[in-house]
Write a new protein. Structure first.
Length: 102
């Protein structure tokens, strides 16, 4: 909560629980879903990730969350809870893995 990122907290509908939306760079919105449990799950509109600055800001945000929470971080395409993750940060190593969409 001490970071400079623009953020908004909303009450979720149904089983989603409270949602925190963060914009780590202009035009890139990341939604945190606290009701989903561990690992920490996010979704993101992949169309918003355009250019090196957007990618780097997303990686910094997710590594920070993983490190602070001590949990793996998993990112899925927006609205696709059961989809294969497109990005993962391993809490034990800090390693960031990108899984290309085919």
């Amino acid at each position: 909560m001490n970071a400079d990122w623009v953020r908004a907290i909303e009450s979720g509908a149904g089983d989603v629980g409270e949602t925190l939306s963060v914009w780590p760079s202009t035009g890139v919105q990341v939604n945190f879903f606290f009701g989903w449990g561990a690992p920490i799950e996010f979704d993101i509109d992949l169309r918003q990730i355009n250019g090196e600055d957007a990618v780097n800001s997303l990686i910094r945000l997710l590594r920070l969350v993983s490190s602070a929470a001590g949990k793996d971080v998993v990112v899925r395409p927006e609205g696709q809870l059961n989809a294969c993750p497109v990005f993962r940060v391993d809490a034990a190593t800090g390693e960031a893995t990108l899984n290309p969409r085919s």
